[in-house]
Design a protein around this ligand. Structure first.
Ligand SMILES: Cc1cc2nc3c(=O)[nH]c(=O)nc-3n(C[C@H](O)[C@H](O)[C@H](O)COP(=O)(O)OP(=O)(O)OC[C@H]3O[C@@H](n4cnc5c(N)ncnc54)[C@H](O)[C@@H]3O)c2cc1C
Length: 430
């Protein structure tokens, strides 16, 4: 049996940032990733300032992030009538010390992978290794069980195992065998990117429509000489949960003709959505799903992190950010408690309950809850939004979300580094 120190199941954004963090604090680790080859999969995701701060402290700064994305300047909600409901600046424009980045998920993921190989060496990520479960040893250590893409199985011993294996986590399934199935609230998302001219500030996140029928769009690249950028779009339709949907795949490529007609009405003097959708190369369909929060993410020497711990609806744009923050908090707690189950327990105590409630906020629409308020109060018909929801009430609603999700500006700007500069295990924190 191979002897490793820390074992990480899953080489997604969470698992790779955890590997970089452990390397930074001088703790050896190995990542086991089920796919044989990492490819630039996915479309747009947002990295909130709390995650951008952590990446910077890992030596991944603005110059690198600008290669895979663009600083977001604004978050705006617009009613189906085309009139603004709410808008606020984002990132440094809002007074944060860090940008919010809108990035291409696949390119960002591959950039992290290259960093891991560069810093930890080519053997740090074992591709084609699907972790199927674990066995706790009497001496307090753990053995991860792997199925190899090349055929056969293998076992890897370590002091700690992290399940960073996403929403369908095998580690989580073993830790919580009676967990309820995946939860789907009736929303289907169609996602893609298309070349287009960025609107509003040139880097605005725009949510447009109603709570059950809307589109989200934002650029994920800097504009070229012709002013065109990659525009990430997500068209969403909510059905009753008994909707006759084939559920033939959780993330499948589809033709525009299967759904785009539902968005034919999204034409304004500042946006022609059907024309934008028509320019898309590949379109994916996937349901908006999550899981119920868990009472604990820890089982002795085994802990869950990222989507394996807290899969969330993307309504708050913070799934990837929270996976990054999880990794950094784990690193910090290992500095405080050593590479030990005590560090895992401290991680659980610090985040399990609070992030479970963020996930539930996202299930309840997250910041898009403003759309529900508009519909309840005026059925979506308004001339001036101030007559429906006063400005202070809209701002207070958004602030409450940001505080819960850990990226409220004042608190974040004043917070000390999660991992003190130069701190490694065995060397005192600065
Ligand atoms: C292919 C893909 C495309 C995505 N596209 C988008 C998108 O367009 N927009 C968006 O908002 N979010 C997207 N997401 C989700 C988003 O990346 C995550 O919500 C967020 O980054 C948290 O990351 P994570 O590392 O915790 O989980 P994930 O990103 O899900 O990563 C989990 C990793 O573990 C691997 N894995 C799974 N099971 C095992 C196992 N048993 N053993 C070993 N490895 C395993 C997976 O291959 C994956 O690399 C995507 C996720 C994936 C996997």
């Amino acid at each position: 049996m191979s002897q490793e120190n820390i074992l990480i199941a899953g080489g997604g954004i969470g698992g790779l940032v955890l590997a970089l963090t452990l390397h930074q604090i001088g703790v050896p680790c190995t990542v086991f990733e089920s796919v044989r080859e990492l490819r630039p999969l996915g479309v747009g995701i947002n990295l909130q300032p709390n995650a951008v701060r952590e990446l910077e402290n890992l030596g991944i700064g603005e110059a690198e992030l600008d290669k895979v994305g663009i600083p977001a300047r604004e978050w705006a909600l617009v009613g189906l009538n085309g009139k603004e409901i709410y808008a606020e600046p984002r990132g440094k424009l809002a007074g944060y010390r860090w940008h919010q980045y809108a990035v291409h998920r696949g390119q960002f993921h591959l950039m992290l992978y290259r960093k891991v190989i560069e810093r930890l060496g080519p053997d740090a990520v074992k591709l084609g290794h699907r972790i199927t479960g674990y066995r706790k040893q009497e001496d307090g250590t753990v053995v991860a069980l792997a199925e190899l893409a090349s055929g056969g199985t293998a076992e890897f011993a370590g002091s700690i195992l992290f399940g960073a294996d996403g929403i369908h986590s095998a580690v989580r399934a073993q830790m919580h065998p009676s967990q309820p199935p995946i939860q789907w609230g009736g929303t289907i998302m169609w996602r893609g990117t298309a070349r287009g001219v960025p609107i509003r500030t040139g880097s605005s996140f725009i949510g447009l429509g109603t709570s059950r029928h809307r589109v989200v769009m934002y650029p994920i690249s800097h504009p070229d000489a012709d002013g065109l950028a990659d525009i990430n779009w997500i068209a969403e339709q909510t059905y009753d949960t008994d909707h006759d949907w084939t559920k033939s795949g959780w993330f499948r490529a589809v033709e525009l003709s299967e759904f785009a007609h539902q968005f034919d009405g999204f034409v304004y003097d500042w946006l022609d959505l059907p024309a934008l959708l028509a320019k898309s190369d590949v379109v994916y369909e996937n349901p908006m799903i999550d899981r119920d929060p868990l009472p604990t993410w820890v089982d002795g020497p085994v802990a869950l992190m990222g989507d394996a711990a807290h899969p969330m609806y993307p309504t708050g744009s913070n799934g990837a950010s929270q996976a990054i923050v999880d990794a950094r908090v784990i690193g910090r707690l290992m500095l405080d408690h050593g590479v030990s189950p005590a560090a895992l327990q401290a991680f659980d105590d610090q985040l399990c309950q609070s992030i479970g409630s963020v996930a539930m906020r996202n299930r309840g629409a997250g910041p898009f809850g403003l759309l529900n308020m508009v519909e309840e109060r005026c059925g979506g018909q308004f001339d001036n939004i101030n007559d429906v929801i006063p400005a202070e009430e809209r701002s207070a609603f958004m602030l409450a979300y940001q505080q819960a999700a850990g990226f409220a500006k004042d608190r974040l700007n004043l917070a000390s580094r999660t991992i003190p500069e130069g701190a490694t295990l065995g060397r005192a924190a600065a």
